[in-house]
Design a protein around this ligand. Structure first.
Ligand SMILES: [Zn+2]
Length: 176
């Protein structure tokens, strides 16, 4: 039995909780990600000690240890359902936004209007967090109108819309 604090709340995680945690993880995913199976939302969710928590935070607790108060567990892989501890690090949400932009900067230079679904995820998250479309556009070396299309699910990726790609991802998750 191990005691952890997350966001100031005590959680007790038993050995059998840890065993149950790993039955919900698929370690055979692209880019060495370990994805949460049957993920219904943006993040995997794991029930332990009477509450549900984001699965990647529990992964941090059982693999790395405590999460300091007001720190976030962030992804280097930008795959929210990934719980591979090697893809996780501690930081603030502001650092996360900055890091995600930096990670994509090299890749988007020179091709201003084609984005991957992961990049659109980042754009939408930045927009939701209150960043102006114009500022997002500057970071991604594109125009505000392209960002507007992205946040409104009207930007096409590989011939299909963001929404269609997302539905496909959801279906795939439910099949696994
Ligand atoms: Zn990952």
């Amino acid at each position: 039995m191990t005691k952890y604090y997350q966001q100031g709340m005590l959680i007790i995680i038993q050995e059998d909780d840890i065993a149950r945690f790993w039955t919900k993880v698929d370690k055979e995913c692209k880019n060495s990600c370990w994805e949460w199976i049957n993920c219904k939302g943006r993040y995997g969710r794991f029930w332990v000690d009477g509450s549900t928590f984001n699965a990647h935070r529990i992964s941090w607790l059982i693999n790395r240890g405590q999460i300091p108060y007001e720190m976030e567990v962030l992804h280097t892989c930008d795959n929210k359902i990934c719980v591979n501890p090697d893809h996780l690090y501690l930081g603030t949400q502001a650092e996360n936004n900055r890091d995600r932009i930096t990670r994509f900067n090299g890749k988007v230079a020179g091709r201003p209007k084609k984005f991957s679904i992961q990049e659109i995820d980042v754009i939408k998250d930045l927009y939701r967090s209150g960043m102006l479309q114009l500022n997002i556009a500057e970071q991604f070396n594109t125009t505000a109108s392209t960002i507007s299309l992205a946040v409104n699910d009207k930007l096409y990726i590989n011939g299909s819309s963001y929404r269609a790609e997302e539905n496909y991802r959801e279906k795939r998750k439910n099949i696994i």
